[in-house]
Ligand binder design. Structure first.
Ligand code: AMP
Length: 271
């Protein structure tokens, strides 16, 4: 496993590698990240994992500072997985060059997380655009847990004609149903139990909505979630994955998208 902190050294190393599979992360690695890395390795190209907590995608400094980090453990996991290349840039290293492609922000960026996290997706695309220019990967592996993020990265790639293919990876969950997330490290046992009850409730709700699309009100769901112990609901929406609009027929495939707070910890999921 080769670790790089400088883009120049990384560029030199990868200049002769034809196909790279890229897995961007913010560290605090868990089973979700591991599944992305394993999927990437199954594609046969060299796998490059980046670890970078991108300050530009946090809209509150406190949230950025509280984001769980554990580089030592991350490197142990990456070594165990036989990861080929790891890039851990400093802020300056990744932000100190001029990029060729302008960021394309699709209008879907205004919905869901875009409504309450001003500048978040611009910050995400800024860093991803830089990584893509530097690494020029054949594939980029992204989790559909962050469906909106993956969707917007794909739109940017298509619009700017970058030759990287997005591979969407399924959401990995803990035994209690909660999606693995670095932010789960900030939950106490009680909050973790509430998170689990939220997922159980939403899975059940989805089954009911599938049976009778008209028989639900988001306001009622919100009330139920507060009763379960959720501190605040940022949003809850039911969207058809293709049209990104509310489904009109029970035949349509849809997901329930949610962002909620347990005390200060914000979790997102789609079910
Ligand atoms: P993050 O480190 O949170 O920025 O996530 C890095 C990548 O891992 C993103 O593409 C996420 O969508 C993905 N990811 C995060 N959590 C999960 C999960 N539970 N299952 C699958 N992929 C995930």
């Amino acid at each position: 496993m080769k670790i790089f902190k400088s883009k120049h050294k990384l560029k030199k190393e990868i200049s002769n590698i034809k196909n790279i599979s890229f897995v961007p992360t913010m560290g605090g690695l868990h089973k979700g990240h591991i599944s992305l890395i394993k999927k990437s390795q199954s594609f046969g190209a060299k796998t490059l994992v980046s670890i970078f907590v991108n300050p530009k995608q946090f809209n509150e400094k406190k949230d950025f500072l509280n984001y769980p980090r554990n580089l030592k453990k991350d490197l142990k996991i990456l070594k165990y997985l036989n990861t080929d290349l790891v890039y851990i840039p400093h802020l300056k290293d990744i932000f100190s060059f001029k990029v060729k492609n302008k960021i394309f922000l699709d209008k879907f960026s205004k919905k869901l997380c875009g409504r309450s996290r001003e500048g978040h997706f611009k910050g995400v695309l800024n860093i991803v655009n830089r990584f893509l220019e530097l690494i020029k990967p054949r594939y980029i592996f992204l989790g559909i847990k962050d469906f909106q993020q993956s969707y917007l990265i794909n739109k940017h790639i298509l619009k700017t004609k970058i030759k990287t293919k997005v591979i969407n990876c399924k959401t990995i969950r803990e035994k209690n149903g909660v999606a693995c997330s670095t932010r789960n490290n900030n939950l106490n046992l009680h909050q973790y139990k509430i998170a689990s009850n939220v997922i159980k409730y939403l899975k059940n709700k989805k089954r009911m909505i599938k049976k009778n699309l008209y028989n639900f009100r988001l306001a009622d769901i919100k009330k139920d979630l507060i009763k379960l112990g959720v501190s605040k609901i940022d949003y809850i929406e039911v969207y058809n994955l293709k049209t990104l609009k509310k489904p009109k027929h029970t035949r349509e495939k849809f997901r329930i998208f949610i962002a909620f707070y347990l005390n200060k910890t914000r979790l997102i999921d789609n079910i």
